[in-house]
Design a protein around this ligand. Structure first.
Ligand SMILES: [Fe+2]
Ligand SMILES: [Fe+2]
Length: 282
């Protein structure tokens, strides 16, 4: 069964798998596949949720002070853009995954990311406060989603970006979900959905990414390992810098920006270590 390794320079071009390959993949996949991925795939199927089930019309942010609403919209706009990138990346990986079980899990990730794009779109609409996507963030997401090497794409998206999203969503969700002010009930509803649904999906994507990357990293020769590490170090530092630019904004929500940054760095480093990529970020 072919893997991503050694299939460089394709950019975003679609490479159709031949029928022979597909039969080979289908024949090998379920018996040689990773039990971890099978488990994750089962979880994914069982834990699909519908963004339409949130009572959107009952959300009311009109009583929320403008500064808080603006800060929230700003964070959501960046996340929304990241979700669009995740949708693009996961759809691309489904095309190139060599193993059937990876394709099946990947397809559930595509559905998850589509739901996240819908969820954040509806939330931004409901908030009614325009917020631009930072050009540097947009450029970063483009750089990752257009990576010529699928392994780089997988590390950039499933480990770095999704990992950071998970850390931030869990923090923000916990904070918003604990709000006991009646006028801020809408924040509480959003926080609970963020933790129990969106971040829970991201945890599966992260788990899949870690397992897949670890298996692939083990097969790399020294040259390709260096290439990967160089790219990942550059991306990780860029991502931390982008997060730092926003860490002041989280103070609006009563969060300690420096502590959150330290947490993001530590989480990112330990996730990379789990994949077999040992990098010193700080
Ligand atoms: Fe997502
Ligand atoms: Fe995701």
């Amino acid at each position: 069964v072919r893997t991503w390794i050694g299939r460089k320079g394709r950019g975003n071009s679609f490479v159709p798998m031949t029928m022979t390959n597909l039969i080979e993949v289908a024949g090998n996949a379920l018996k040689t596949g990773a039990p971890d991925v099978e488990h994750l795939y089962e979880l994914s199927k069982r834990r699909q949720w519908n963004a339409s089930d949130l009572p959107w019309d009952s959300l009311d942010f009109s009583v929320v002070p403008l500064e808080l609403r603006q800060g929230f919209a700003d964070l959501l706009a960046q996340t929304h853009h990241g979700e669009l990138g995740a949708l693009t990346a996961s759809a691309r990986l489904v095309q190139s995954d060599a193993r059937l079980m990876d394709k099946l899990f990947g397809a559930t990730q595509v559905a998850d990311e589509a739901r996240h794009v819908e969820w954040f779109s509806r939330l931004l609409f409901q908030l009614g406060t325009p917020a631009p996507v930072m050009p540097a963030l947009a450029a970063f997401i483009d750089d990752v989603t257009q990576a010529g090497d699928d392994l780089h794409l997988l590390v950039g998206m499933n480990i770095l970006i999704e990992g950071l999203a998970q850390t931030l969503m869990l923090h923000a969700g916990k904070l918003l979900g604990a709000i006991e002010v009646p006028e801020l009930e809408s924040f509480k509803v959003v926080g609970t959905w963020l933790t129990e649904r969106v971040a829970a999906d991201e945890s599966r994507h992260l788990a899949f990414g870690i397992g897949r990357v670890r298996a692939l990293v083990e097969t790399l020769d020294a040259r390709r390992r260096h290439q990967l590490e160089d790219r990942v170090l550059r991306w990780a530092l860029q991502l931390m810098e982008l997060t730092r630019e926003h860490s002041a904004g989280v103070a609006t929500f009563g969060l300690d920006g420096d502590a959150l940054m330290a947490r993001c760095m530590a989480d990112t480093q330990s996730r990379l270590k789990l994949t077999g990529i040992a990098l010193q970020l700080a």
